[in-house]
Design a binder for this molecule. Sequence first.
Ligand code: TYD
Ligand code: MG
Length: 449
Amino acid sequence: MARDRGFVCSECGAGHPKWSGRCDACGAWNTLVEDAAAARPRQPARGRLLQPTDLATAEPPPPRTEAGVAELDRVLGGGLVPASALLLGGDPGIGKSTLLLQAAARFARNGLRVLYVSGEESAAQVQIRAARLGLTESPVRLLAHAGLRDVLATLEEERPHLAIIDSIQTMWLDSVDSAPGSVSQVRACAHELTMLAKSRGVSVVMVGHVTKEGALAGPRVVEHMADTVLYFEGDRGHQFRILRAVKNRFGPADEIGVFEMTGRGLVEVRNPSALFLAERGTPAPGSVVFAGIEGTRPILCEIQALVAPAAPGSARRSVVGWDGGRLAMLLAVLDARAGLSFGGLDVYLNVAGGLRITEPAADLAVAMALVSAQAQRALEPHEVVFGEISLSGAVRPVAQTENRLKEAAKLGFTSAILPVLPKRAAGSGLRLREIPDLVSAIRLHLGQT
Ligand code: TYD
Ligand code: MG
């Protein structure tokens, strides 16, 4: 029988029916290797009969252990789940090792046996970091070793509650014949570690470095295996760091935790809205405060736009913290539905503080920032904006209106530009300026003095 996937690329994991010198999927040379799984003959024997169970269970939910750091526990969905596999991804140098060493110490203080395995740094380097973080007294055990076979044997023997593997790309298995960090190694190591997590009840946290394109190095194999996938993000020029749950089998995804990197490690930020708005002076043209929601929590942040005449034939669109495609869409809607053209203009859009926003609810805030920048007219002080914009130019309602308004009121804002509400929002005390579409929003803005 013809096999359709006899070879795999050890760089990107793509399958190929025939060997060739170059992978069509990622373009790498000399990376195709025979896929052991595909090469194995099919088993003719019939499988065992399995016994399905009911959906209902008498088992209580697994007891979680909290770190005692609210920003971390919330992202975990209420604490660490025993026997779970967790992946922490992020750019090199963003603070993953720092976060995990601090978390390890917290969990150890709350009674867990913790083993920190560093394949990247020597024991002395980790000890220096521990000293800097004031954690030398913590009962966390340390291992500087990259051979996974030995690490697995040690874990089997020691059975810690929590094992931290820093990083999965440095680990290697002697049974896999490719270099550490290659897809086959990462896949095999992550597989062994997740199996160990399930069979021995050890919670395993794997650190994964992200490539420049924003993907975890190698294919997303580890993401599929892990129960929980967290990303640690931030702009290295800023001290703020955001821990984001992108997948969580034991809690809500999209939840974020906010930290600040200081000279003595990461400090949690209890009131991120205040922090993201801290650098804001008197409202300038192009500046809008967006009342957003991240996970279960409202967060206010400032969106800044700048438009300037472009060199002929080369209008630039530059975006930090928001989606470039979404900006292009809004510019097209502003042009088609409100007659505001940005052709011939450079457009710069920035979310202040290094935050990255993915909510469509920010559409109206971005549009207002663009309109305000082009008209050189600031919004009213103490005003927040939110709402989704459709291609027709209508402003559509978004989820959690009351939470957004409450947060705005808490931070001293007095009015809001928002979609028309189906029912009255409970007393936030804000002046609500409900608008049905983009044209009314622009009129409202340009009509005021
Ligand atoms: P690190 O945790 O090593 O990053 P990663 O594991 O993601 O590669 O942190 C790297 C940066 O953090 C490094 O540039 C120094 C800085 N840092 C601080 O600012 N304060 C601290 O207390 C520590 C430990 C690190
Ligand atoms: Mg590190």
